[in-house]
Design a protein around this ligand. Structure first.
Ligand SMILES: CC(C)(COP(=O)(O)OP(=O)(O)OC[C@H]1O[C@@H](n2cnc3c(N)ncnc32)[C@H](O)[C@@H]1OP(=O)(O)O)[C@@H](O)C(=O)NCCC(=O)NCCS
Length: 288
């Protein structure tokens, strides 16, 4: 087996070998493994995102016939040598992904966990729980807020939620990356916000979701120490969940984290949470 530097010119060979590769991303560093007969056996690449720069996102794929012979580990080892910066690698994996065994075997540990956080809006006990959440004055739908208010609130929330475990480069960068999604893809009728005067205190941002699927939700207080943040967020969840259930949406899928200090404790009080656990795994490439 021969491992060599790789790049865009290898994409054809990677696809011909039956391996998936996202041709939209721009790998900063890449290595490719070739078997003795010249066939492509696997590849690995990594890059630093423009927004979260404390770890390299790394992707490794090995063709089935070459698995379990140490090639995946060797590819990561070689990729580690060609990194520009001595930052760890990371990947997100669901709990049912068999590659979790591999990533744990090479020493990866979770730096964030997303436990099941979906509310089943067809479940009577969940609907009862939602309806019993305390309402609050000043909860409005997203239709009542301007583009700038929504983009600003989303960016503020995103920045502090990630600060402890995957900090962003700047709030302005969050706005640059997400402004268009918030402006164009937010379901403003279903999204709800707790507002005090001109200040948005908490919010449930609902992004456009195909009919019949679980609604894609991002929710937290807008600042970490929002006054009365627990109650403000609970009132937003209530408003969104009641309306979503009325409109026939089957579930509310929160894209949240175990460390979200208002959202996760609130949801753990629901009678039932569904979904898979998602792990953010980080690791150092093995040394020679
Ligand atoms: C994950 C992957 C890259 C591993 O490649 P590989 O060449 O088979 O891995 P290695 O031979 O280096 O495995 C090292 C160790 O990891 C563990 N391991 C690897 N695959 C495993 C599996 N499917 N089940 C259980 N343990 C596994 C074993 O402990 C193994 O050592 P052993 O074979 O001596 O028992 C390969 O299975 C793959 O391409 N999967 C699909 C893509 C993917 O999920 N990539 C990962 C993240 S982007």
């Amino acid at each position: 087996m021969h491992i060599r530097p790789g790049g865009y010119d290898d994409i054809r060979g990677i696809l011909d070998a039956g391996l998936r590769i996202n041709s939209r991303i721009k790998p900063e560093h890449m290595v490719v493994a070739e078997a003795e007969d010249g066939r492509l056996a696997g590849f690995a690449y990594c890059f630093l995102s423009g927004l979260h720069r404390s770890r390299y996102w790394a992707t490794i794929r090995v063709c089935e016939p070459y698995r379990r012979s140490g090639l995946g580990t060797d590819l990561i080892k070689e990729l580690g040598k060609v990194r520009d910066e001595a930052k760890p690698f990371y990947v997100k994996m669901r709990e049912d992904n068999p590659s979790l065994h591999w990533i744990r075997a090479i020493g990866a540990t979770p730096f964030q966990v997303c436990p099941p956080m979906n509310l089943d809006l067809t479940d009577a006990a969940t609907l009862e729980w939602v309806a019993a959440l305390p309402a609050r004055a000043g909860v409005v739908a997203g239709t009542a807020l301007s583009d700038d208010q929504l983009i600003h609130a989303f960016s503020q929330m995103y920045e502090w939620v990630h600060a402890e475990w995957s900090p962003v480069t700047s709030r302005a960068d969050v706005e640059r990356v997400y402004a268009e999604e918030v402006r164009l893809d937010l379901n403003r009728e279903l999204s709800h916000f707790a507002v005090d005067g001109d200040t948005v205190v908490a919010g449930v941002f609902i992004f456009r979701t195909p009919a019949g699927e679980a609604l894609d939700a991002v929710a937290e207080t807008i600042t970490r120490d929002a006054p009365d943040g627990d109650a403000a967020l609970a009132a937003c969840v209530r408003a969104t969940a009641v309306l979503a259930a009325e409109r026939g949406w089957p579930a509310l899928a929160f894209d949240g984290h175990r460390d979200d200090p208002h959202l996760y404790p609130l949801l753990t009080r629901a009678p039932k949470l569904v979904g898979d656990t998602l792990y953010y795994m980080e690791y150092e490439p093995p040394a020679d």
